[in-house]
Design a protein around this ligand. Sequence first.
Ligand SMILES: Cc1ncc(COP(=O)(O)O)c(C=O)c1O
Length: 400
Amino acid sequence: MRPGNNGLFIPGPTNMPHTLRQAMDVPLEDHRSPTFPELPLSLFKDLKQVFKLDRGQVFIFPGSGTGGWEAAITNTLSPGDTVLESVFGQFSHLWVDLCQRHGLNVETIEVEWGEGAPVELYAERLAADKEHKIKAVLVCHNETATGVTSDVAGVRQAMDACDHPALLMVDGVSSIASIDFRMSEWGIDLAVSGSQKGFMLPAGLSIIGASEKALDASKEAKCAKCYFDFVDMINANKDGYFPYTPATTLLHGLRASIDLLFSEGLDKVFKRHHRIAEGVRTAVDAWGLSLCAKEPKWYSDTVSAICVPDGFDANHVLSMAYDRYNLSLGAGLSKVSGRVFRIGHLGWINELMVMQALAGSEMAMRDVGIEIEPGSGVGAAEEYYRQTAEPVTLQDAKAS
Ligand SMILES: Cc1ncc(COP(=O)(O)O)c(C=O)c1O
């Protein structure tokens, strides 16, 4: 047994607030009882507010983000349909793979890892598709593998500019409930999330927003589905029930999660994530290192993928951090394995929590021989957080 807490700074699962853990410490219950519907009905309603979805429906499936991808495509598309997706990291790559396994014809736009969704290239492909063969446009809003956030509203504008009728599907697994996400305003038809990132819960729920247009498309879609069928969910959900045994404990956690998000206020949640991320970026700069994200416009406020200098293996940094300091950082995945390590800074997090990740990263990097001025990143982040702290006077502090 290792004393003290494990420093959990992978980009999901994230740190779970004590109140959420307590909310899930409830007896198991009868999910067909007359009183059960109150909880799911309140969740369906409030999740629409989190997704900023005016009309349409939010689904809660037992599953994870991957299940959400599958539900989104199988409910709205048919084998042989063409979809368009840009690939710029492991998660956008995996969504393509899932589509292909369901018999979809995937047109990809390959982009260098570290860049985001190429709005101009989407615009070109869509404008060239005069016969409207493309049935869905897929975008990974926040590519967790590279720490890159994309301009979803820009992709919608590209679709509107050529009156393209395709569905817009967005992977919001590591963005929803942490950074700005506006499902209706951005004209998103399907938005996919999971419980273990911005919602600060264990993995186990796929949370999916569907627009009215997506719900209409689900009437024609021929992809094979059973467990993830929207129709079964719609029929049961309208009365607050599920077509099979729901993860009741997680639903209680989700209630507490949404309450917590609303009590802070979504805008403040987004601001907090931005500020925490800026502190991390200040530290990276002070270390003399660079992010995998190539330009500030791509910088993610939920995860930073940090490049180690040539000649070093980022996996050694990770194992040093874990073995010596009980600190979990995110590994570089696939193409960027060994090139980057990631700090997840989303969910229930504040300055001093992330300082733990910065201090541990700094120590582990020095341990593997990377030349870093001791305390440089930590010092820079400290200053950033001090200067941007909410104004509390010494008098206020004394009074409280
Ligand atoms: C952007 C993104 N999409 C999809 C997934 C897959 O989600 P899950 O691992 O919950 O199935 C992840 C997981 O980290 C992710 O970060």
